[in-house]
Design a protein around this ligand. Sequence first.
Ligand SMILES: NC(=O)c1ccc[n+]([C@@H]2O[C@H](COP(=O)([O-])OP(=O)(O)OC[C@H]3O[C@@H](n4cnc5c(N)ncnc54)[C@H](O)[C@@H]3O)[C@@H](O)[C@H]2O)c1
Length: 423
Amino acid sequence: MTRNLPRREFLKTTAAGVVALPILGATAYASGKDTLRVGLVGCGGRGTGAAFQAIQADPGVVLWSMGDLFADRLTSSLGGLTENFAQRVDVPDVRQHVGFDAYQKVVQEVDVVLFATPPVFRPMHLAAAIEAGCHVFCEKPVAVDAPGVRSVLKTAQVAKKKGLSLASGFCWRAANGHRSLYNRILKENAIGDVRHVYATYLAGGVWYKKRQEKWTDLEYQLRNWYYYSNFSGDHIVEQAIHSIDKLLWAKNDVMPISAIAMGGRQVRTDEKYGNIFDHFGVVYEWADGTHGHLVTRQQNGCHSENLDRIVGSEGIANIDGWANRFEVEGARPWKYDGPGNDMYQTEHDELFASIRAGAAMNQGVSMAHSTMAAILGRMSAYTGQRITWEQAMTSKQDLTPKSWEFGTGIDVVQATPGKTKFA
Ligand SMILES: NC(=O)c1ccc[n+]([C@@H]2O[C@H](COP(=O)([O-])OP(=O)(O)OC[C@H]3O[C@@H](n4cnc5c(N)ncnc54)[C@H](O)[C@@H]3O)[C@@H](O)[C@H]2O)c1
């Protein structure tokens, strides 16, 4: 088996091992016994989890190729996966790829690719995967800036034309309780017209990796990608995006027309925290006069919660996703009493079912729009200005370094509301 096989050849597992079979088109995957080669790019916590879920989603999945920027991350992920699924992991040395170009090799070797790198790489990786003819699962967020979002929207169109599945990691959309409640609101008039949406994502700080002597400046920054808005988009884009995605869901995926936001660094004052803020508050405005409020914080020792509140003309929906509580009060009271589910597993179950059925799913537009809405909030908080959706979508600010090579780090620029200019 060489890595230069035509992309749509696929494999069949036999008692003797794995053999290549000729391409039969999208329906070639119809039988659950035909092997689907899966590649993982970004072998950290979430990527490793996604590979677990992909393997469990379909009996024909074999983890076939892996890519990471760093060998130690790949090795430890591969070790854990092999320990759990020895028969379903077939990633010899030649299919372990390390470095900035690892993704290019992985997408040439597989049928389905999972992306869980820091978000800055997503637009470039997605474009390469769809170009190579892979079905894709990609984690949120899918970009850190507007050029990235525009690129993802283009890629999503190409995926559609090619009949390739493109699934996103906006996992709450795959959670039973959420689905049940949002369906009731959007399709069964559970609370009348949605007049106001409100969300909190209040949590503690995140991990930090102490500098090692051998690391260049860029390696140090990429090991600590979370703290650099160029790489993560800031925590409003990396984490609170889940709540923003749910605000948009409640608005039936109609995008806001503007945002007014604030935020800053109250406790993240040390240089080691790069340039991201530790709190944001955003007011989104929709064309129909609806407003949406988001508050998010990453500060230790403070109150934590992750709630959504959707106020309608005839009732109010309250959601506590962490506690699996979904309730409607008002004219038609209701409480979700169905089973919970592993939403991460459901995402993969549905993706692989779509591939098997030859009925591509494509979440490209909604994942790009939710990402843009989060970036819009950051843009407004960083500049201190009211920013419109139109301005944000057409922004030319490109946070991606011109080229990717280890050595000099990126300039760490901290935003100052009122002084930082919109670009
Ligand atoms: N849906 C969810 O609930 C959820 C939860 C956690 C993380 N995530 C998302 O998953 C992504 C990864 O997060 P994580 O917590 O796993 O981070 P992580 O740091 O644990 O993993 C990221 C991995 O990507 C690797 N990497 C960095 N640059 C790369 C490149 N150019 N090519 C290949 N590999 C590269 C890193 O070395 C690391 O192994 C983020 O986008 C994050 O927002 C989603």
